[in-house]
Ligand binder design. Structure first.
Ligand code: PEP
Length: 247
């Protein structure tokens, strides 16, 4: 199973459901539809209405983050995995570099993963090196550390997807070379196999994915799908990625 996940970030109002309607119409008719899953992570404000609207359709709704506590608490503005599940979210991103930059450290991320899984949310755990780490050839060690500090064998791997998103690539139009990506995804899967005893969860690539560079990205067999930011806000651009992937 491949994954095409659209991360809307701070984008969208109720009428933006039209974008998802167009993606859903494409998906419903696509002969390849059994080979992949479409997940959209809109802002918190749209999760409930979108999840209800797409309940009987194939698009699944997730959140872009969740709080590191179960159930209810006295933390102002926090939204727990329990609350997300109760309004129909099926997935949650955890560890996006935007949230790491705002203070999400390994211990917070571990709690987020733990409580998300406890509440039956599937976790898309994001990792990635920054520009300086890449320049200093520390990519592989940084990724390994981000994985082993948070993921544990007791988390069921069926509930986890890892998204490799180099920070320098997000929103920049630049992506790693084919050779670099082959090396990093193989490395990530090796680390994951060690954590999860033999079998790796799915590993996605994210960072400036579009309908053109997907031609190169699809050649890397280790990649199980894509986390798409900017291009997921346009139904045409998002559909082009899927169309070109299966072309
Ligand atoms: C992201 O922020 O998760 C992302 C992949 O963004 P973009 O596709 O715009 O680089």
């Amino acid at each position: 199973m491949k994954y095409f996940i659209g991360n809307w970030k701070m984008f969208g109002v109720p009428k933006s459901v039209n974008i998802l309607n167009r993606i859903n119409s494409f998906y419903a008719k696509d002969k390849n539809r059994n080979k992949y899953r479409v997940i959209i992570t809109p802002p918190f404000t749209l999760i409930e209405s979108f999840a209800k609207y797409f309940q009987r359709k194939k698009i699944l709704i997730g959140s872009q983050n969740c709080y590191q506590k179960d159930f209810f608490s006295s933390d102002t503005s926090a939204i727990s995995p329990y609350m997300l599940k109760s309004v129909g979210a099926k997935y949650t991103l955890i560890g996006h570099s935007d949230n790491r930059a705002e203070g999400d450290n390994d211990s917070i991320l571990k709690d987020k993963v733990k409580f998300a899984i406890k509440n039956n949310l599937k976790v898309v755990f994001c990792i990635g090196e920054n520009k300086l780490e890449k320049k200093n050839k520390r990519t592989l060690s940084v990724l390994k550390k981000q994985l082993i500090k948070v993921l544990e064998s007791k988390f069921d791997k069926k509930n986890i997807i890892v998204a490799y998103e180099p920070i320098w690539s997000i929103g920049s139009g630049k992506i790693p070379t084919k050779q670099e990506l082959q090396k990093t995804t193989t490395h990530i899967k090796k680390v994951l196999k060690n954590i999860f005893k033999k079998k790796s969860p799915a590993v996605l690539y994210g960072g400036s994915v579009d309908g053109n560079n997907i031609d190169m990205l699809k050649q890397i067999s280790e990649i199980d799908g894509f986390l798409v930011g900017g291009a997921s806000k346009s139904s045409k651009k998002f559909i082009d990625i899927i169309k070109n992937y299966y072309r």
